[in-house]
Design a protein around this ligand. Structure first.
Ligand SMILES: NC(=O)c1ccc[n+]([C@@H]2O[C@H](COP(=O)([O-])OP(=O)(O)OC[C@H]3O[C@@H](n4cnc5c(N)ncnc54)[C@H](O)[C@@H]3O)[C@@H](O)[C@H]2O)c1
Ligand SMILES: O=P(O)(O)OC[C@H](O)CO
Length: 332
């Protein structure tokens, strides 16, 4: 049986590793970074920090030793939070074979380089010439772990690899659609988190359903504008990894990004919100990266600009929403 190394024992890495172990098409080995957590996982058969209450499959192997996890793997699934991916891969890049199939399930834009994750992974592993794929779409770890029906996109420019991966991940509750536009798929997942912060802020301020619907719709417009500037296909933003994930994250209270927004709208400070969370809300750092990227590409992203000002310039959220409403009137 072929082996998949899963890097990242947070809620999503654990969920996907567990799903793949249950699918029983691959041998699955999950890297858990924290040794104390690994000890609990081994003792209780459960990821008590990031995915409590979910029993892990007996086929799932776990280790805190990343070299053991990577050894002789045929597939590499990266589910480390966006800003740490470069550092983690840099340490172990020599362990990858030539032309490794690297699937990314993380969502974000790297601040340092303003790069989407395909570029980060291709940069670090450039000597190995990786075959890159991205798994993204509306999928809360908790719901997938409860085996609730979920549909996502798998972006890969190499159709044969993409269709093989589609088979490996799919099962009766997890339906994977293949899309050759990997750039569009990865950008949808990264950019929707900024709009989810905005929707949470509006809801936290008590601005109602109309405001949320406007943010989702105009959010999709600015996500697509940046996507097109970066070579993505506009149509991809209408699919699961675009509109699908945007709607989920802007409306679903399981979203960490939406929760950060809600708390900001209710008057809490970003620092205290982040300090109270063990989990990651990728939109916070991705907002900074996208704000800079949009400026460098001269792409208009008014919602992102206001979220940036709230997060990083201490702007009053109420003022930010007023400014969005009072911008020069435009055509749709
Ligand atoms: N949780 C979900 O429902 C979900 C769904 C789809 C995609 N994602 C994406 O998956 C990615 C991983 O998120 P998650 O939700 O699994 O994480 P999480 O918030 O559940 O856990 C945090 C993770 O960050 C890791 N971490 C902390 N500091 C680190 C460091 N210095 N170096 C490397 N790793 C470090 C921890 O070990 C842990 O694995 C994110 O990009 C997220 O957007 C999450
Ligand atoms: O909890 P969030 O906001 O990181 O969202 C999780 C997933 O990205 C939803 O598809």
């Amino acid at each position: 049986m072929k082996k998949i190394a899963v890097l990242g024992g947070g809620s999503w890495g654990t969920t996907l590793a567990n799903l793949l172990a249950e699918n029983a098409k691959l041998e699955v080995f999950l890297w858990i970074r924290e040794k104390e957590l690994l000890a609990e996982v081994k003792a209780k058969g459960e990821n008590t920090w990031y995915l409590p209450g979910v029993k892990l499959h007996s086929n799932l192997r776990t280790s805190a030793d990343i070299t053991e996890v990577l050894m002789d793997a045929n597939y590499f699934l990266v589910v480390v939070p966006c800003q740490y991916i470069r550092g983690v891969l840099q340490e172990v890049k020599d362990m990858f074979p030539v032309n490794p199939i690297v699937i990314c399930a993380s969502k974000g834009i790297e601040i340092e380089s303003l790069s989407p994750l395909s570029k980060v992974i291709n940069d670090v592993l450039s000597e190995k010439k990786p075959i890159y794929a991205i798994l993204s779409g509306p999928s809360f770890a908790k719901e997938v772990s409860a085996k609730l029906p979920t549909a996502v996109s798998l972006g890969c420019i190499n159709e044969k690899v993409g269709r093989d991966l589609q088979q490996l991940f799919s099962n009766s509750y997890f339906r994977v659609y293949y899309n050759p536009d990997y750039r569009g798929v990865e950008l949808g997942g990264a950019l929707k988190n900024i709009i989810a912060l905005a929707a949470g802020i509006a809801d936290g301020l008590g601005f109602g359903h109309d405001a949320r619907a406007a943010l989702i719709t105009r959010g999709l417009a600015e996500m697509s504008r940046l996507g097109i500037a970066l070579g993505a296909k506009e149509r991809t933003f209408m699919g699961l990894s675009g509109m699908g994930d945007l709607v989920l994250t802007c409306t679903g209270d399981l979203s960490r990004n939406r929760q950060v927004g809600l708390r900001l709208g209710q008057g809490e400070k970003l620092k205290e919100i982040i300090n109270s969370m063990r989990m990651v809300a990728e939109g916070v750092k991705t907002t900074k990266a996208v704000y800079r990227l949009a400026q460098s590409l001269n792409v208009e992203m008014p919602i992102t600009e206001q979220v940036y000002a709230i997060l990083y310039d201490n702007k009053d959220p109420r003022q930010a929403v007023c400014e969005l409403m009072e911008r020069k009137l435009k055509e749709e």
